[in-house]
Design a protein around this ligand. Structure first.
Ligand code: ZN
Ligand code: ZN
Length: 598
């Protein structure tokens, strides 16, 4: 034993010298208890006792000691005991490998495994799954493939722990096809296997597939865990699938789980991203305990829905109940200020973040501030914020400045912002078009022609606009000028009727909003058939009048569609919710929740 540690042991032992004969099994029990309760001092005293009474050299005792030290976070001591164990059985190696993995020293775990093989010790399923856990954390694909081959060679692949661990590594390393292959091959699967698979899909942004597994689990009768449900809720949030989100919520209810912070935050996030901010708030207010993550989810929900007042009130309340806002909280409140153009408040929070909560602003905080300033017309101030910040400005920061320049007609700074954008994202046609629109609004026709020419030359491709609407359990997708839907004839004729009524209210197409580089009459044609309009009309046809119409869109809603939706909400008396890449728009009775800041 190391001199220093012996000294510690003997010092500690003074407080606990047994006066009766020592039985090793009793010491084992105490050590296991120390591991469970994380009592390193008592554990060391016990170890001291073992040394003093020379009970030290059996393998079982060593293993128990390694486990105790590792659970208490004393890895060096654990390794020392391991190195000094005269006869290492398999369990010693497994325990030590597990100790490294649990304490975040995955590299050491992998090294020890190599050492073990050189030593000629045979390994078991537990060794293999332990080392695989280390691979998952280290993203060690090469080692993982070797271990996979080992597993095949030693016929351990059918083992549930090995299979699940292997699946986890592949999913974490974004090798999803390999993960699926392992999953399909497994003769039996545990709850952990299923939950690893769902989490793997979500991590790799394959949300539909994650929901498919969710349905499979429901059919096969596998037990649900909160972890599975959280992953499912994350998938629903990402693709705005409220119906499945509600199903997952119902499963939680049925299984009678007490909702922890984690699940509550997932629920709040799901409802808010599916456009149901009121339901999100309901879940939030029923949560008995509230932590920072849950509050952040709610604040960011309010902000996304343009309910800045509520976002700011919750921010105040958070501090009243003694919780400290973190970086994420500040991104949410600052973007709440941006959405509503609250410049005074934005500046106040930016200051407060640095001075009161000692958080140094990151690129997202700066991005929010550029937004807050730009939207309110303080474009010069926004530009000097970009110049001052200690990061290289991202495309979204320059994009936000360019949009502000469009709204406030600042050609000079628009050109600067556009120049940066052309460099950062040369393939994004939107930037060229936005700039040419700014010239057009300013009647600089020569520059318009120049910008259009540049656009043609770069042959930039624009992501095609697409919108989704969920009717019952089916998601319907629409593209601009779409002719594919099986009820498209009816959709177009209803759309014409709606446009006719709008024209009576004085609506006319503003072709300058359109991003297609085509002739004017054709432009109007395409603009009239932007995908969100088709989705809306289809929603009007299929959904009962009491239900809000929720639409998702893969691009930012254009100005003309924004006017269109406002009028549609007025004419039809329906509530319309559009989630675009930037935020939610709640249209009700001719008004939008964003108050024209978007
Ligand atoms: Zn549009
Ligand atoms: Zn809006």
């Amino acid at each position: 034993m190391h001199m220093k540690s012996v000294r510690i042991f003997t010092r500690t032992i003074q407080t606990w010298v047994p006066t009766y004969p020592i039985h090793l099994p009793i010491l084992h029990q105490i050590l296991q208890n120390c591991a469970k309760e994380k009592l390193p001092k008592k554990g060391m005293a016990c170890h001291g006792c073992i040394i003093q009474y020379a009970l030290a050299d059996d393998t079982l005792t060593s293993n128990i000691l390694i486990n105790m030290y590792s659970k208490c976070g004393f890895l060096d001591y654990a390794r020392k005991v391991f190195d000094e164990t005269p006869e290492r059985s398999l369990v010693s190696w497994n325990t030590m490998i597990g100790a490294y993995t649990q304490n975040g020293n995955e590299r050491e775990a992998l090294d020890l495994f190599v050492h073990m093989q050189r030593d000629g010790t045979e390994f078991s399923e537990f060794t293999l799954s332990g080392v695989l856990c280390a691979c998952a954390a280290e993203f060690a694909v090469f080692e993982c493939r070797q271990l996979h081959a080992f597993a095949v060679k030693t016929s351990m692949l059918g083992n549930m722990f090995v299979g699940t661990a292997l699946l986890d590594v592949y999913a974490k390393c974004s090798l999803l096809e390999d993960a699926i292959r392992v999953f399909e091959y497994m003769p039996e699967r545990s709850v952990v296997t299923w939950s690893t698979m769902v989490a793997g899909y979500v991590k790799n942004e394959l949300y539909e597939e994650a929901l498919l597994i969710f349905r499979k689990i429901q059919v096969t009768g596998v037990e649900f865990t909160q972890f599975i449900i959280s992953s499912v809720l994350a998938a629903c949030a990402a693709i705005g699938s409220k119906i499945e989100g509600i199903q997952a919520h119902a499963v939680l209810f049925k299984t009678g789980f007490t909702l922890n912070f984690f699940v509550c935050s997932s629920l709040v996030d799901m409802y808010s991203k599916c456009g149901s901010i009121n339901e999100a708030y309901l879940v939030f207010s029923f949560a008995e305990d509230k932590d920072v993550v849950l509050l952040n989810a709610m604040i960011s929900g309010f902000s996304r829905h343009g309910r800045s007042m509520e976002a700011m009130m919750l921010f105040e309340k958070m501090q009243q109940i003694g919780l400290q806002p973190n970086e994420v909280t500040y991104v949410s409140v600052l973007s709440a200020c941006g959405h509503m153009g609250l410049v005074k408040e934005g500046k106040k929070y930016f200051d407060m973040m640095v001075k009161e909560h000692n958080i140094s602003p990151n690129v997202f905080h700066y991005s929010c501030m550029v937004d807050v300033l730009g939207r309110t017309g303080l474009i010069d101030e926004a530009k000097s914020m970009i110049d001052k910040m200690p990061f290289v400005a991202t495309a979204s920061i320059w994009g936000s400045l360019l949009s502000s320049c469009r709204v406030h007609g600042n050609v000079e700074l628009a050109e600067i912002a556009a120049k940066h954008l052309f460099e950062i994202e040369p393939d994004n046609a939107g930037n060229h078009i936005l700039l040419s629109n700014i010239y057009a609004a300013n009647r600089q026709w020569d520059d318009v022609i120049q910008a259009r020419k540049l656009l043609k030359e770069t042959e930039v491709k624009k992501e095609r606009g697409q919108s989704w609407i969920q009717i019952k359990d089916k998601v319907h997708a629409f593209m601009v000028g779409d002719g594919n839907h099986d009820r498209i004839g009816e959709i177009y004729s209803r759309l014409e009727d709606l446009l006719e009524e709008m024209r009576k209210l004085g609506y006319r197409c503003e072709t300058q909003h359109d991003l297609h580089n085509v002739e004017d009459n054709q432009k109007e044609e395409l603009l009239r058939h932007h995908s969100e309009r088709l989705a809306l009309v289809f929603g009007l046809m299929c959904l009962p009048s009491s239900v809000p119409i929720r639409i998702m869109k893969n691009l930012r809603i254009c100005g003309d569609c924004h006017v269109f939706m406002k009028l549609a909400s007025k004419i039809t008396g329906r509530e319309i919710v559009v989630r675009d890449t930037n935020r939610f728009h709640h249209f009700r009775n001719g008004f939008c929740s964003c108050a024209e800041f978007w």
